[in-house]
Design a protein around this ligand. Structure first.
Ligand code: CU1
Ligand code: CU1
Length: 272
């Protein structure tokens, strides 16, 4: 059983194995397929048609499946690799080891935001932006520039205390745990972290920055934590809601998996 660890507790070897597997997926083109998939599932509340990846109840199961598929791709390179999570309530500074040169590399430089250190720096030649939504050829960051502070543990706990998974109208206006975790309402958890990192992380092509996976791994863990706190609360809606993925509806683009299939993460991995 795969165990996903806090990135702060990874050994030097574990960090190197993760980074090397990510770079290998990039080299073969498989990494960029994940970016395209994510970018295709960005929607606005006013968009017509099915709502799947974001601004909808299936935000959490959609990303759980997306992360599982990425983790399996990493494991096809190095079987021992698992996704680490970034607990941004603790590691909340640009000087955290997360941003060191032996892991994700540092902040962007002044002016154009270009990341100039670590494995994903443009100058290393191994991290081209093939899927661009902003015309830039290099990874960009502006840590803490657009929003000063990452969410706090108190804010997280306030959202974890909510006892209803989601509510009508099942979008970014909804009350409930999912929308407060996604960040359209309440203290702004998930969305704010994208904005705090800046650069490509604020776009639909956010997986261009490998920190995407560590951020979403923590979001996934918070969903599991919420389930533990509210054992009788269920995924909603249970069904019969047009354009919204119900408990037993299959999710695009996979069409072979439903939220119900993904509720128990311990079938796939555990959190250390
Ligand atoms: Cu996303
Ligand atoms: Cu996200």
């Amino acid at each position: 059983m795969a165990v996903r660890k806090n990135q702060a507790n990874l050994t030097a070897t574990e960090k190197r194995n993760f980074v090397d597997a990510v770079l290998e997926l990039k080299r073969t083109g498989r990494y960029d397929e994940f970016i395209s998939t994510h970018n295709a599932f960005i929607i606005a509340d006013t968009d017509e048609g099915e709502r799947t990846g974001h601004r909808s109840p299936s935000f959490l199961p959609w990303h759980r499946r997306f992360l599982l598929q990425f983790e399996q791709a990493l494991q096809s390179i190095t079987p021992s690799v698992t996704l680490p999570y970034w607990d941004w309530t603790i590691d909340r500074s640009p000087s955290s080891s997360l941003w060191a040169d032996d892991f994700l590399g540092g902040d962007g430089r002044n002016g154009d935001g270009r990341v100039t250190s670590g494995p994903f720096a443009f100058s290393g030649g191994r991290w081209p932006m093939n899927l661009r939504v902003d015309g830039r050829t290099f990874l960009r960051r502006a840590l803490g520039a657009a929003v000063r502070d990452l969410p706090t543990r108190t804010e997280v706990d306030r959202v974890l205390a909510m006892d209803t998974y989601d509510t009508s109208p099942w979008n970014s206006a909804s009350d409930g745990f999912r929308n407060h975790l996604e960040g359209w309402r309440g203290p702004n958890l998930h969305n704010r972290v994208h904005v705090w990192v800046g650069g490509q992380m604020t776009t639909g092509a956010s997986p261009n920055d490998p920190v995407f996976w560590l951020h979403h791994c923590f979001i996934d863990k918070l969903w599991a934590d919420w389930q533990k706190l509210h054992p009788s609360a269920s995924y909603l809606p249970t069904g019969n809601t047009p354009d919204v993925v119900g408990l037993h509806d299959t999710m695009k683009p996979w069409n072979d998996v439903t939220p119900a299939d993904l509720l128990d993460h311990t079938k796939f991995y555990t959190y250390a």
